[in-house]
Design a protein around this ligand. Sequence first.
Ligand SMILES: [Fe+2]
Length: 394
Amino acid sequence: MQKIDRSLHLRSRTFLRADNCDVADLAAICEVATDVTDYPLAATAEKGVLIYGCPTLAPRLSDPDFADALMAEWADALANGPGVIVLSGAEPDLAMIDRASAIFRELIARQNAAGTGGGDHFAKPGANDRLWNSLEKHCLADPVNFARYYANPFLALVSQAWLGPYYQMTAQLNVVNPGGASQSPHRDYHLGFQSADAVARYPSHVHRFSPMLTLQGAIAHVDATIEAGPTLLLPHSQKYEPGYLATSRPDFRSYFDAHAVQLPLKKGDMLFFSPALFHAAGTNHTTDVKRMVNLFQVSSAYGRAMESIDRTAMCKALYPAFLAAKDLTADQIANTIAASAEGYSFPTNLDRDPPIGGLAPKSQAALMHEALAARWTPETLNATLDAQAAKRLP
Ligand SMILES: [Fe+2]
C-alpha cells in the first residue's frame, strides 16, 4: 500500500496537470506586497513592480562590487520577488532610439510591401506590426546605430544577472497599432510556446528550469501611457509552478484580468521579467499612438547541445531503413526518430516559418512521423526535409 501511495505521490509531483491547478494557489502567491526594503538599490515599487532609476545607477556601474550587488538584486527580484523590474531611463539617448524607430518603420514598410512576415503567436493579424529577428535586420540595415543601441550597459548587466555570461541576444519588434486588442495572458519561451498537451509531457523540474533559460525584456520606443496599453503584468505569478498549464484555463484568465497591473513607460525605459510571469500586451485605446516596443529575448548559453550534428542527413539516411524495417515496431521507430531528428521547432526563421495556426512551426521529427504515416517516397521526404531546413536558415 505504501508503495502505491509513494508511486502516486511521485507521479503527481512530477507530471503536473491543468485539471489539478487551483486559482486559489495562484492568488496566495500573488497577493503579497512587494517589499522595496528587500531591494536596497530600487528607487521604489509601484503596483508591486520594482522600479530602478538608471540615471542614478549609471555612474556607479564601472565599480565591479556595485555591479555585482545590482545583479544579485535583480536575480533575486526575477526569481523570488515580483518577477518583473522596470529600468527607468535605461537608455538616455532618445535621438538614437528615434533613429532606430525610423529604421524599424522602414523595414516594416518593406515587409508589408513584399507581403512577408507578420504571423504572431498571441494576437490577431493586423492588430500589430511584427518585425521578427529585429536584431539581425537592425544590424544589417544600420550597423552604426545598432552598435550604439546594443552598447547599453543595463541591457548587458541584466542579461548577465539572469543568465550569466555568453548569453545569446535575440530581439523582436512589436508595434501595437491604435485599437489593437490585448493579447491573451501567457508565459513565454520555452514552455510558454508549447501546446498544453506538449507542456503536460514535461516533468515538473523542466517547468522550473524553463524560465531559467531565457530573460524576457523590452525597451519602449515611444512614451506609452496606460491608454496606449503597456504590458499587463501579474507580479509574483512566476512562482506558481504549474503556471504553464494554467494560463489557458478560464478561471486563471479571469484572475489575470482582475489583478494584472500596467505601468506607463517612457521612451528609453526598459522592462525585464521572468518568462514565467503571467503577462499580455495591453489594448491600445488611443487613436494616434503606435506603441512601438523592441522585445529582447535573451537565451542562456546553455540552451545548446555540445556537438553540432547534421540531423537532416541522418533523417534522409534513416528513412528508407524505416520504410523497409520488418523488425521494428512503430514505437521503436519513434524512439529512433527521437534520437536522430530535430524534435524542437526552434530556433527558426519566423518570417519564412511563421507560427500561424499554433505556437510553434512543425519540427523535423513531426515531419518524419507525417512522412512515415503517409508512406511518402524517399524523394518526397528528402525534398520536404530540404525545404523545411531552408525555411529555418538565418
Ligand atoms: Fe509574451
